[in-house]
Each structure stands twice: as C-alpha cells, then as structure tokens.
Design a binder for this molecule. Sequence first.
Ligand SMILES: [Zn+2]
Length: 416
Amino acid sequence: MVTDSYLPGHGNAGYRVRHYDLELDYKPGPARLSGRALITAEADGTLPRFELDFGAFRINRVLVDGKPARYTHGGGKLRVRPAKAVRGAFTVEVRYVGTPRPVRTRHWGDLGWDQLTDGSLVASQPVGAPSWFPCDDRVSAKAPFRIAVTAPSPYTVVANGVLVDGKVGGSTTSWVYASDAPMAPYLATVQIGQYERVELGGDQVAAVPARLLPAFRHDFARQPTMMALFCDLFGDYPFDSYAVVVTDDPLEVPVEAQSLSIFGANHVDGRRGFERLVAHELAHQWFGNSVGLADWRHIWLNEGFATYAEWLWSESSGGPSAATLAEHSRAVIAALPQDIRLSDPGVARMFDDRVYQRGALTLHALRERLGDAAFFELLREWTSRHRHGTATTEDFLALAGHRDLLTPWLESPRLP
Ligand SMILES: [Zn+2]
C-alpha cells in the first residue's frame, strides 16, 4: 500500500527507504538546527522523480547518487527530480538549516521537534517526523537509523538505539546513536537537555534533571522488575537498549519512541503515582514499535495491548487484578457513547481513550476464554511472528482464532 488510509498526505510512492543517516547540529539558544540527511532507498521501478515528506527548512542542496538534483519544496513535500532517473538502489542527500517548527495538526495539536524551556524534545506520533528530517513518513515504512547530533557540551543528547560513538570537542559534544532494528519515522526521536545519567540496572538507563533524581529513583525503581515480567509474558525484549528521559518541563502525556520513552517532570511525583504509564510506555516496545502497524486504522493493536500491559503489571505487583480493572474500565466506557468501531475508529478518534480501554477489554475477554497459558503463548507467538515488522487486525484474528468472541468486540460499536 502506498499511503496510509488515515493519513494519505504522508508517505510517498515509488521507493522504499533502506536506511536513514542523520547528522544534526543543534544550538538550543537560537533553536537552530542544521542537518544532513543521507537516505539510502530502493526504487520500485524507474523513477524520474520522487517525493519526501519535509517541513519548512531552508534547503541548501539535494544530491541524488552524489549528483546535484533539481527540487521544489512546499506544502510539506520535497519534490526531487534527479539529473538521471533512478533505478534500483539510490541515495538522496539533503542539506538543510532552520528553526524546527512542530507540525500543526487538527486532531493532536503540535507534533514533532519542539523547544523546551532549556533544550528540545521530539514527540511525533503520528505525523511529526517531517518537522526535523526528510522522510517517507508512513507508519509501515520502517528502516534502520543512524542519528548523530552535535550540541553544546552541558547538554545530554539521547536518541534511538545504542550510543556507538561520541566526542567532546570542548564547547560542543557529538553523540552518535545507531538503531539497527528497523523503525517507523514517527518513532525516531532526539532529546536534548541538561540531564544526569542514571543506571537503572539490567541495561536500562535514564536521563533526568538533577532536581528530580531522588523522586525518579523511587518512581522508576521497579522498572527492571517490570521488564522481567514483560519479557516473561510477551517474549524477549526486542531492542538492544531501553532508555527513559524525563524532561524538566511538564508534558501532557508521556511519549513512546523506539527503545526509549519520554516522561514529563509532572510524571515524577516520588509516590509512583504514574507507574501505570511507566508500564504502558515500556509495553509499546513490543506492541507498536517492534510489532508495528501496517496502517493507522489498526491502532488498537498498539494502544489496547499497552493498556492491557498496565493491568498485567498491576496484577503482578500487588495492585488490583486485571479482572478488577477490566470491570472498572467496562463500567466507565459503558457510560460513554458506544459509537466507535475498534477495528477502524477513524482518524479523529484513533487516540480516543475508548480505543485504549476497549482494546484492553478485548484482550481480557480472550484471556478468559483461552486461559492464562494459551493466552500468553499467543502473545509471545504474536510478537515473535511480527518482530520488527508490521501487522493488521486481520493478522491478529488469523492467529488468535475465536472469531465468535473477537468479532463483536472489534466490529460492533455496541459493547458485547
Ligand atoms: Zn500508548
């Protein structure tokens, strides 16, 4: 499929990206980003021209296979016309500079690269990626990334994947991250701030403002136990690392990215008041990031599963059982309009809480039908079969069976 059924304006035809190599230089004061994106791609056939999704930067040059190409830029698209039509593998290099501006959206506010009081963050779900690099911005178009960022030395930079290189150059420091597992552009991120590095154990690290360290250490102390539980229930952790960033500013909601999650200062209260969300974001590494979506209309495969993981963590850590939480959730959404089809909620309501709750309830109903052993075996088969790939609701039905039970949950707006 060329474009997403919910976001047809993003994503491009004619090629598939095989690798993104981003070299960025960021100055937080003037909020100035200069970048070089080297994209390796594969043309589907002979391609006399092609497009990338890209926001409003000044473009200094565009090279295709090392040779200057003609281009026009506007309306969120960079239209490239190579000197010679490309066939098979090709590279496109874009050099650009400017102040990153978030992508304005009708349903979800501003998305993408945004300034913090001191530093910056990237929160792109679902269409913010073109606010900082040129890309094929489709949920299903995954590719490995290398992200190199140079920033003033007092700042810590965290990006997806493993820190593979870095260099202190006096006033600036370079950070190089590599993410070998393929990643959808919306999950790519760069976090820049004055953070302290914290080791949580089990290869888990965090970047946290110094003033929040004591509360953070308490609130996230159980994350390694959570990781062990989820590996047990969902299968091996799908990436080489897991990092958490806490911004010094409050955030409306935490943000998931591939192999890392971002929380706001307001999500750290020293009382584990937001541990539910720590579980939710961690679970997205399996459901949403490794097992990605073939199309945004299958969003319940991300949010229903991550919400159910909150209940599983509660049950395992001495909180209310999943059955109790399911009963409560059902009562809440039964009192709301029952006008959402879980398998296709519509673009305006893809992040509606009813999608999250009903998705989790669907999984709970399946668990009750199958019993624990078969249910968790099914989840592990799901994450293993679609590891680092993409999936659809139909894929889940084909694996799970029990359509008599699942179809009403997925297709009928009325609660079963
Ligand atoms: Zn979520």
